[in-house]
Design a protein around this ligand. Structure first.
Ligand code: C5P
Length: 251
């Protein structure tokens, strides 16, 4: 589908988990599959945008028409993101970046000689927060996976990281967005919220890109780009915009 203005957006996307090595063969990571980041990259390239995808290790193939940069650790991801940031007009940070890494990874494989093993961890850089501090006119979109107070916590991250939009997902033992086909999310902007209930990741990616295009092209929220939520039954895809933005220039 062509993009509405015909102008390609230079879009930097992060996806997948990071790996923080303890020794040469073991690492700390998380169950992120990269699905939403890859769906975003695929859909954005199909719309004619120019896409760089910086990805942690996943089982997915790099999408066609996308410049693909493979990384493992948060520090490597930060280096690549910083490399492409000056080029980008918009950034979508969909990666599940590890918050901590071993302070001194062992050079050789750790032997199971002791009954206990203590890991000394240090904070990883917050890649997106770093971009927020030198945002300029760029559009920044983040994700927030929350197990409690989802909307309040997501809003706090939107402010703290100086974002334009944040996509909030709920997670619990029974409800994990990792890898599942359908997902529910709230896309929170400064003046508008879009609720997406039980949508496919490809569908969610399309809705996020609609919001991103609106911001990049400075379109008022009242101008429809394309019929969001047009496909799928009401049960499959309940999506609407709480549009406080109608009084404002854009969301
Ligand atoms: O982990 P957290 O909930 O703070 O993640 C919110 C957003 O910040 C996500 O978009 C994630 O990709 C990004 N992030 C990051 N670098 C980190 C942690 C999170 O870019 N070290």
């Amino acid at each position: 589908m062509p993009n509405p203005s015909g102008t390609a957006i230079r879009l930097l996307i992060t996806a997948g988990p990071t790996r923080e090595y303890i020794d040469p063969v073991r690492f700390i990571s998380n169950p992120s599959t990269g699905a939403i980041g890859y769906a975003l990259a695929t859909a954005a390239a199909t719309r004619g945008h120019r896409v760089v995808l910086v990805s942690g290790p996943t089982h997915l193939s790099p999408p066609a028409g996308v410049r693909f940069v493979a990384v493992e650790s948060a520090v490597q991801m930060q280096r690549q993101v910083n490399r492409f940031f000056p080029w980008a007009q918009a950034v979508i940070a969909a990666a599940a970046v590890g918050d901590y890494r071993p302070r001194r990874p062992a050079r050789t494989k750790i032997k199971k000689e002791n009954t206990r093993l203590r890991l000394d961890l240090m904070r990883n850089p917050d890649i997106l927060e770093g971009l927020g501090q030198r945002k300029g006119a760029k559009i920044l979109i983040g994700f927030a996976l929350e197990s409690a107070n989802m909307r309040a916590n997501a809003r706090a991250k939107l402010e703290k990281k100086n974002l334009d939009l944040i996509v909030a997902n709920r997670c619990s033992r029974r409800q994990s967005p990792f890898g599942s086909g359908r997902t529910s999310a709230v896309i929170i902007g400064r003046h508008a919220e879009t609720y997406c209930a039980a949508v496919s990741k490809m569908r969610l990616a399309g809705i996020i890109l609609d919001r991103m295009e609106r911001l990049c092209y400075s379109l008022p929220a009242s101008v429809p780009i394309r019929a969001a939520g047009a496909r799928g039954t009401k049960k499959q895809s309940r999506q609407y915009t709480a549009d406080k933005a109608l009084k404002r220039p854009h969301s």
